[in-house]
Ligand binder design. Structure first.
Ligand code: ASP
Length: 581
């Protein structure tokens, strides 16, 4: 990376360069004095190179560097020499630069936290000084990883004929989906743009235009309450195709995912297994199962509702999991698990256990109600063996499934079954088209209102909307939803019926989505697509906990940019101009 100011970077000189005269630029990582020698570790994006200063042979230079401090930016010219004590941990560890000339390019205040892999800075502080945080290797490497992944995706998509097309950032607000971020219009007071939650309708219009294969790596905005893995602005790999079936989409993007794993991780992944939404809920209590381990749910209504135990008898669902080899759990460990499910985040009322002891005896928390034969029948139903622990929960179906899912994941973690570096991918397919919301007493689109019912279910859209399935699919990696999409409606009449099922009046539908339904009248091809969360894909591929680590300038949990201080109030003059005052 030779420029006018440097001949090499701080990451590239090796023993092959010994004797060469070089000029480097970078930041001072560390200054060390050892007797008559001073050493400076000089850092740039590419690595660290040691500079050596000898007080005896070069007193002037040693005097010059005396006031230098951490993070000063300097330019140094010198000769590459073999190092006396080599550092095998870094590529430049065999050499050092015998400094001859130093220019200070800029001084630096002492940074508020150490620029080390393990920094002493807390989260908030590092966010406030994110530009310094980004100098640290782990954060820097995440962004380099993100770049590499983005390039790989663009190459692959280009090679299979996808065209990247940008869509607008100032769009109209719609009531479906998440909350919109809105932007007041200066030219039309009282009216607002919204920032796109996704380019969904635009990519469908591009299919009407005939582009056939579209993709875009694109910012999306959703004003939701934040969780660890959400950001108000995030990036999607947004894709759409024409003249396809669900199978074409799954195959095409399985190709992309395979390529990514091979190219970026050097891993050959197995063909991606498919599971229906219904089975995912039944066996894992989640539409995004972590399938790195089994511990599948076993429904136990049949074997446990025949005795006098009210809790089970009155429950819609009695369901259990088997924790292999955990029969020896102590009272304390079992209490811990009970407390885990009773935490407000899980919200269960209790947990029943059966210990399948090595001697063939069963010990349980419901011994009062069930005899040895009953417990043995449960063990048989669950496939539990001597030494195993059965954990059982009961209650309303969905709620209990969700709670047991959390316990399953907890047990998976405790037993070391959720291994970093191991990847289990799943297509979850056949999602229901609609989901009922008790609070507002209406159906919502499970995916979005443009998702088509399965053709064989189309007739039930009015008569039995809750049982209509869609050709909608999610890609799940290790329990994280990495992407999702669907086959779309491309017929105006069907789209009208869908809006009706969602409780829109004809006028509302026309007003909000008339542009799309109008477009469908001009030769809309059958089409479908999906979108992957780009930030999330980065974090999953790197086994990281949060997508924040892969975003250069992320927001905090209160959706604030700690560095900018955004959001901020605006001036009265601006408010007036926007018609807001
Ligand atoms: N637009 C959808 C989303 O943001 C993805 C898709 O259906 O293609 O989740």
């Amino acid at each position: 990376m030779k420029t006018s100011l440097r001949t090499h970077t701080c990451g590239e000189l090796t023993a092959n360069n010994i004797g060469e005269k070089v000029t480097l630029c970078g930041w001072i990582q560390k200054i060390r004095k050892l007797g008559g020698m001073t050493f400076i570790d000089l850092r740039d994006r590419y690595g660290i190179t040691q500079l050596a200063f000898n007080a005896e042979t070069n007193p002037d230079l040693c005097k010059q560097i005396e006031p230098f401090g951490r993070e000063w930016v300097i330019q140094v010219t010198g000769t590459v020499a073999e190092r006396y004590s080599k550092n095998k941990n870094i590529p430049t560890g065999d050499i050092e630069i015998l400094a001859e000339k130093i220019t200070v390019l800029n001084e630096s205040l002492t940074p508020p936290f150490t620029i080390e892999d393990e920094s002493d800075g807390g989260d908030e502080l590092r966010m406030k000084f994110r530009y310094l945080d980004l100098r640290r290797n782990p954060v820097k490497n995440n962004l380099l990883f993100r770049h590499k992944l983005g390039i790989a995706i663009r190459n692959y998509m280009n090679n299979i004929g996808f065209v990247e097309i940008e869509t607008p950032m100032l769009v109209n607000s719609t009531p479906e989906g998440a909350r919109d971020f809105v932007v007041p219009s200066r030219l039309s007071h009282g009216e607002f743009y919204a920032l796109p939650q996704s380019p969904q309708t635009f990519k469908q219009l591009l299919m009407v235009s005939g582009f056939d294969r579209y993709f875009q790596i694109v910012k999306c905005f959703r004003d939701e309450d934040l969780r660890a893995d959400r950001q108000p602005e995030f990036t999607q790999i947004d894709c759409e195709m024409s003249f396809i079936t669900q199978e074409d989409i799954l195959q095409t993007f399985e190709g992309l995912i395979k390529y990514i794993f091979k190219e970026i991780k050097g891993i050959d992944i197995e063909p991606i297994e498919r599971i229906t939404w219904h089975d995912a809920m039944k066996y894992y209590g989640s539409d995004k199962p972590d399938a790195r381990f089994g511990m599948r749910f076993v429904e136990l209504n049949n074997v446990l509702q025949h005795k006098d135990f009210k809790v089970f008898n009155e429950a819609e669902l009695v369901v259990g999991i088997v924790a292999k080899g955990c029969a020896h759990y102590s009272r304390k460990q079992l209490d811990e698990l009970t407390n885990f499910v009773k935490r407000p985040q899980v919200g269960a009322t209790g947990l029943v256990y059966i210990q399948c002891q090595e001697d063939g005896h069963f010990k349980s928390s419901v011994d009062k109600f069930y005899d040895q034969n009953d417990l043995q029948a449960v063990a048989k139903e669950c496939g539990a063996e001597a030494g195993d622990l059965i954990l059982i929960m009961a209650g309303p179906r969905m709620k209990t499934q969700t709670q047991l899912c959390q316990l399953r994941l907890e047990m998976g973690s405790r037993l070391g079954l959720r291994k970093a570096g191991e990847y289990k991918l799943l297509w979850v397919v056949d999602f229901p088209l609609l989901e009922w919301d008790e609070e507002t007493q209406r159906y919502y689109a499970m995916h979005h209102p443009f998702t088509a019912p399965k053709p064989e279910h189309e007739a039930m859209l009015e008569s039995d909307p809750g049982h209509v399935n869609a050709n909608a699919y999610d890609l799940v990696i290790n329990g994280t939803e990495v992407g999702g999409g669907s086959i779309r409606i491309h017929d105006k009449e069907l789209q009208k019926r869908m809006f009706k099922a969602l409780g829109f009046t004809e006028e509302e539908a026309q007003k909000q989505f008339g542009f799309l339904m109008n477009a469908f009248q001009y030769g809309a091809p059958p089409h479908g697509g999906l979108a992957f969360g780009f930030d999330r894909m980065c974090s999953v591929l790197c086994d990281a906990d949060t997508i924040r680590d892969f975003i250069a300038f992320p927001k905090n949990n209160a959706a604030r940019d700690m560095m900018l201080g955004a959001p901020t109030p605006i001036s009265d003059a601006q408010l007036k101009e926007l018609g807001l005052k």
